[in-house]
Design a protein around this ligand. Sequence first.
Ligand SMILES: [Fe+2]
Length: 281
Amino acid sequence: MTQPKPRRKLAYHTATVRNAILTRLPDALMGGALKARHVAQRIEIQERTFTSANWPRDFDGLRIAHISDIHFGHLLGPQRLTQAVDAVRAVNADLIAITGDLVDLSAHEAPLLFEQLALLRARLGVFVVLGNHDHLDNPRAIVKGARDAGLIALEDESVRAGGRDGLLVAGIDWAKSIPTCAARLRRCGAGRADLLLAHNPKAFVAAEERGIPLTLSGHTHGGQVARRSNHRHNLVFTQRLSSGHYHHAESHLYVTNGVGAWFPLRVNCPPEIAVIEMRTR
Ligand SMILES: [Fe+2]
């Protein structure tokens, strides 16, 4: 479900003003140095292995490439996107998950974005859910662009990846709060998913209640500015689950730093692509 148009217009306007003040103006004052330094950071590959008794035995050892928060636009353009896409392709994962904020502001940039995302291939498919930034302008154009590029866009729905007995992948659209995440997850139906894709890590509260073995999220960018000694001490104060791996009983959550950002500063919080290997206990 998308937000009503007037609210979306106001959110787009607010984001555009914020972008002008926090990104374009300081970058212009520094002669483009902020952006140049920002995109010069190496995209790290975070390899993690999680074990859960709830993970289906048929998919023991499955490798998932997780990329999020591309924020395609002013800060992250085609060249940087090529680096990210090449990095995901090099991982050769069984499944690729893109967890929202594909664009930064405008959906007009989407065709260029999807030209490159169409190059992603994985045995079980390339899955996409939308983030809050994808809703600022034209979320329908983002979903259509993703589907035209051969990606599987999930809007509060579940699909079997790999056929009738395949991995049950659920994906929810952007939701701001724990209850709205839970409501969207209920709409996915089809029993307990094996994998949940949700832009907002707050979805983990509902996911762990259901015993979903793996949830992949983004949204926080890992706080963008974090303490070297503890990456969970960061600029995100509104999220308890702001960075990295969390687990409870047989449920795991990975919150990626993402590859892009909406302001050009990352301290002790490098851009990343996560590669998650899931094992059955
Ligand atoms: Fe984001």
